[in-house]
Ligand binder design. Structure first.
Ligand code: SF4
Length: 435
């Protein structure tokens, strides 16, 4: 069978440079008077723009590197357990707590340790914010939580008012913590940019629907680090996605594949183990490309969700005729983004099952790999509903039990065996010889 033309991603080197620069500059944030924020903040990062250009350390500046290193990860978990925390709490929380107590959480490459200025959470799941209480006490820093109301399929005015009132409080709180006036013009500008960036991410993910796929999940996901560290409201992130979007449009136009031998297309639901990259290599041996999944596509994007669970690229406020000129306008637009145009919030609800079916269908996937992630207390509650919804539609699925952040729960041989069987049952043959 003929192969698709392929070529390397031209923007790849620029992305690597950006990621490297970001990592090294992160440690200078304090000298430059910019806030360092500890906590998981999925959207509404524009809220920080009024006090500076934040560094969002997420679960920690070294968290990504630790989670990719099985030895370092296991060491952190053992430290956490030695402090009396049990393995029945979220593995992400355990890993970040372990990095804190083992002294690696905020250790720079040159050996200095920095202290975050404050903890901040846009709370979707309660586990990580609980862990941040430990960070708050350890560093003796203030902590603010914005609670995201439970996802509602129909617009809920109480939820909206509640979310906006918390963002209003957060601004007043940051003014006090930083002892400086909050710049509302910067908030307005950042909100417009955050919307544009998230719409761009959605457009990029839509291009992945193309056969052959112009990019796969590993390369796509690498672009999320700058978004998580600087926030989608940062113009550097918007530019990064403009460049990627333009390149992918060209690849689609020219029929350029990320995998020359693409015969099978797979969706992965849940985050795959971060310390193991073998899935993508294994899939390639069967001429299969792993496209991504609803978490990868939704976490950084803005989509309009339809009744049947399918997603369309959201229109920006400007495209919907809404002008953002004031602090109140900006907070309204951020509430829209979080409460209406962010299907990531549907993952933990039964309506999210419809989304997975539509992601598989709309991205022209042949099957779905489902992670029963024992470390994530929330996704495990819905994963079997997802499996059933896919099976009802006759979509091939395979499940595996593991833990995205704790390698002690991952059995590589068993996992590879399951994926081998799954792909062979779909008619794939190893090492490129397809039926
Ligand atoms: S969503 Fe899962 S991994 Fe994330 S904080 Fe909650 S339990 Fe932990």
């Amino acid at each position: 069978m003929a192969e698709y033309p392929t070529r390397p991603l031209e923007s790849w080197d620029k992305l690597k440079e950006l990621r490297r620069g970001l990592f090294f500059n992160m440690w200078k944030a304090k000298e430059e008077g910019n806030p360092i924020v500890q906590g998981v903040i999925g959207s509404s990062t524009a809220i920080f723009a009024g006090i500076g250009e934040p560094i969002l350390t997420g679960l920690g500046p070294n968290f990504g590197r630790i989670s990719r290193d099985p030895k370092a990860t296991i060491k952190c978990h053992e430290v956490t357990e030695s402090k009396g925390f049990k393995t029945d709490i979220c593995a992400t929380a355990r890993l970040s707590i372990g990095s804190l107590y083992s002294g690696t959480h905020s250790l720079s490459p040159t050996g200095e340790e920095f202290t975050p200025d404050f903890c901040f959470e846009i709370l979707v799941c309660p586990h990580q914010p609980k862990a941040n209480m430990i960070f708050r006490d350890y560093y003796d820093i203030p902590y603010f939580i914005v609670e995201v109301p439970r996802y509602s399929e129909t617009p809920n005015e109480h939820h909206r008012k509640y979310y906006i009132s918390q963002l209003q409080d957060a601004i007043d709180w940051m003014e006090k913590v930083f002892g400086k006036k909050y710049d509302e013009e910067k908030l307005v500008e950042a909100t417009i940019t955050e919307w544009e960036t998230r719409v761009l991410w959605a457009k990029i993910c839509m291009l992945v629907k193309t056969i052959p796929a112009p990019i796969d999940v590993t390369r796509l996901f690498m672009h999320t680090t700058p978004l998580m560290r600087m926030g989608a409201h940062n113009k550097v992130c918007k530019h990064m996605l403009e460049v990627l979007h333009a390149e992918l449009e060209d690849r689609v136009k020219d029929g350029i594949a990320i995998l020359a031998t693409e015969r099978f297309r797979l969706i992965h639901d849940g985050f795959a183990p971060f310390y193991y990259t073998g899935l993508y290599r294994l899939a390639r041996k069967y001429d299969a490309v792993v496209l991504g999944g609803r978490m990868y596509f939704s976490s950084m994007g803005a989509y309009a969700v339809k009744e049947d669970g399918s997603w369309e690229v959201a229109k920006t406020p400007k495209e919907r005729g809404i002008e953002i000129k004031t602090r109140d306008d900006a907070l309204e637009a951020l509430a829209d983004m979080q409460l209406i145009y962010y299907p990531f919030s549907r993952i933990y609800t039964p309506v999210g099952n419809k989304d997975v079916v539509k992601v598989v269908e709309d991205w022209h996937a042949d099957g779905a790999i489902l992670h029963i992630d024992q470390g994530c207390r929330w996704t495990t509650t819905t994963i079997f509903g997802v499996r059933d919804a896919l099976r009802e539609k006759g979509i091939p699925t395979v499940t595996y039990q593991s833990n995205a952040y704790d390698p002690r729960y991952f059995n590589e041989a068993e996992f590879e065996n399951r994926i081998d069987t799954f792909l062979e049952n779909m008619g794939a043959k190893k090492a490129g010889a397809t039926t």
